[in-house]
Design a protein around this ligand. Structure first.
Ligand code: ADP
Ligand code: MG
Ligand code: ZN
Length: 599
């Protein structure tokens, strides 16, 4: 929550800066135009065409000519005319000759020659460059604000200490218990150093996005009452080369001044990924990473600085980061379990008007696999939906709609589609639903719909799994069958296939590939990790290992597709009934669905 605020603040500042520079630019432009027009008008009044000048001269009407060395712009004073005028002459030498000729003829013309006036040229020089200069200055300012200069964000005095406490972090009880120690270190470092204990320098938080890593890092700072300086790994490497390292240096300079404090480096994988090749970006990363290591090795335990870093790709990290005295503590932040989800929902329900009838426990049961950020988002969406529906408070249906919105996208009832498309979608979705019904490991169908949502033409929603730590091979195989049930139904009934199955195919392929290359579930290839290996590493397993993997993946998919078709042929009556019902009602819920199977 706080981070959003910060960002908003930063954005606001940036927005203002852009506004001001835009306004300045417009004013400047307007000024220039005015100036130009004014001078043009005046020029018109005050200039004398060359031909007129020659004429006037032959009439003897010119009294005085003033020339500047090296310039073809001259000043002339006519008889009987008060004002001096300017004229542009094609060639100074021949003009001087002309004047001398006239003088020789008896005309009284005063010819004055002036030295080059450098000062006189400065104003126009400045004026023409001023806008560029100002824009340049502004750009530099904006860049600075975006963080080329000072980068470590320290909250200003009122905000420097985050107000987030452990109680704001729901679930994660064990993780919090582990981190309490860090809070103690920060609060009373001398207690530990007296005992001869070395204070840990770095803690790495592993976990997928939205699981609350930033939140918990802030909570540590909040609990200890110390400043929280944060920076994201990707910020280190954007923009210019060589800057990453200097930013790291600045970050730690600031940390030293504010110690005891917490330095939080988000997305540390962006700078700390394994040092392998020698490409440009890599070298740049290395400098940044090396600087980080130098800094971490550099500060003594008297300077109580604890570096917290977060990543969702621990396998990418350079091993040097994990050595003792650096990030030697690692804590995994998991996606919340049922208890955790309920706790998170309760926290985020606090500032919302939720109807008494809402059963948050049921919502928690229905949202297995959701992260804290997603749950917070769902409640927020639900509040928006409830407002639109003009409900007194957020009702359960609002929350359910929010879950669907977050997972499949918003309902698009107005999208027109042909009867043929409708039939195809109906059979496709009925295919998924019927197939899953006959697969023991697959969860029950919760809703089948042919109302388009997001990019999907229709969808089949399943009941949420209970929290599981492991997924069996059988379960994965059956998941493949369920995923391909849509395509199988299209083929079986319409004897043609459509693009509507593309997402199913994508997901199925990924599962099949993981089964073979990550989970070692292929009988022929055995329990070997093939994932993310460099080609030379793969060669260890034989020249044609790529072919073999491909073959295994294909076999898994082919088998699943075939099984789906067999199931659908066996239960063709159910498939037809459900497809017809979908065409009629557009949406079938759990109870309706069970009725087709006399449950
Ligand atoms: P991460 O840094 O792991 O990507 P964040 O800490 O930024 O995740 O979490 C984003 C938001 O999700 C938080 O600001 C908070 O609103 C919500 N959130 C995530 N996990 C929790 C949790 N355990 N308890 C309460 N809110 C949470
Ligand atoms: Mg984060
Ligand atoms: Zn599908």
């Amino acid at each position: 929550m706080n981070k959003k605020k910060e960002n908003k603040k930063k954005n606001k500042k940036l927005g203002w800066l852009w506004m001001i520079s835009l306004i300045l630019f417009v004013i400047l432009l307007a000024g220039m135009v005015l100036l130009y027009r004014n001078s043009k008008e005046k020029e018109e009044e005050k200039t004398l065409a060359y031909t007129d000048l020659i004429k006037e001269m032959s009439f003897g009407n010119i009294e005085k000519v003033e020339m500047t060395v090296g310039s073809t712009t001259i000043k002339v004073k006519q008889k009987n005319v008060e004002e001096e005028k300017t004229a542009i002459i094609p060639n100074t030498e021949s003009f001087v000759g002309l004047v001398q000729e006239k003088v020789a003829e008896g005309n009284e013309i005063e010819l004055v020659q002036k030295p080059k006036n450098i000062l006189a040229q400065i104003p126009s020089f400045i004026i023409s460059f001023l806008p560029t200069l100002i824009m340049l200055a502004l750009f530099i300012m904006i860049f600075k604000m975006q963080g080329l200069g000072e980068k470590g964000k320290v909250y200003d005095d009122t905000e420097r200490k985050t107000k987030i406490k452990f109680e704001d972090v729901a679930g994660l009880d064990e993780e919090k218990a582990e981190l309490v120690e860090i809070v103690e270190f920060l609060k009373r470092p001398e207690k530990f150093t007296k005992m001869g204990a070395k204070i840990p320098k770095g803690v790495l938080l592993y976990g997928k996005p939205g699981t609350g890593k930033t939140l918990i890092a802030k909570a540590i700072a909040g609990e200890a009452g110390v400043p929280f300086i944060s920076m994201s790994g990707s910020e280190f490497i954007e923009m210019f080369a060589g800057l990453g390292a200097s930013r790291v240096r600045k970050l730690f300079e600031k940390a030293r001044k504010l110690s005891p404090c917490i330095v939080f480096i988000d997305e540390i994988d962006a700078i700390g990924s394994r040092r392998t090749s020698n490409s440009g970006a890599e070298t740049e990363n290395n400098q940044t990473l090396n600087q980080l290591l130098v800094e971490m090795d550099g500060f003594s335990s008297e300077e109580t600085i604890i570096v917290l870093a977060a990543t969702n790709r621990p396998e990418m990290l350079d091993k040097a980061l994990l050595r003792p005295g650096r990030f030697d503590r690692q804590i995994t932040i998991p996606a919340p379990d049922l208890k955790g989800r309920l706790a998170i929902l309760k926290i985020h329900a606090q500032d919302k008007r939720i109807a008494e009838t809402v059963n948050l426990e049921r919502i928690a049961e229905d949202t297995a696999g959701f992260t804290g950020a997603e749950l917070a988002n769902i409640l927020n969406e639900a509040a928006i939906i409830a407002t639109k529906n003009e409900h007194e408070g957020i009702e359960e249906e609002d929350i359910e709609e929010a879950v669907k919105k977050v997972t499949v996208g918003i309902e698009k009832r107005t999208r027109v589609y042909s009867d043929k498309d409708k039939k195809l979608t109906a059979y496709h979705e009925a295919g998924h639903a019927v197939v899953s019904r006959y697969l023991p490991t697959q969860t029950n169908v919760k809703e089948v719909s042919i109302i388009p949502r997001g990019v999907a033409g229709g969808y089949t929603m399943y009941k949420s799994d209970e929290d599981k730590y492991y997924i069996s091979k059988t379960e994965m195989q059956e998941k493949l069958i369920a995923l391909l049930g849509g395509r199988a139904a299209e083929k079986l009934v319409l004897d043609d296939i459509s693009t509507g199955a593309s997402n199913d195919i994508e997901v199925a392929t990924k599962i099949a590939r993981d089964m073979v290359t990550k989970y070692g579930m292929s009988d022929t290839l055995g329990p070997i990790d093939f994932q993310g290996k460099e080609p030379y590493e793969m060669q260890l397993f034989g020249e044609d290992i790529g072919d073999k993997i491909g073959q295994e993946v294909k076999t898994l998919i082919d088998t699943a597709y075939n099984d789906a078709q067999i199931l659908l042929k066996q239960h063709r009556d159910k498939l037809d009934e459900i497809a017809v019902a979908l065409l009629e009602k557009e949406k079938i819920n759990e109870e309706d669905f069970k009725r087709f199977f006399n449950e």
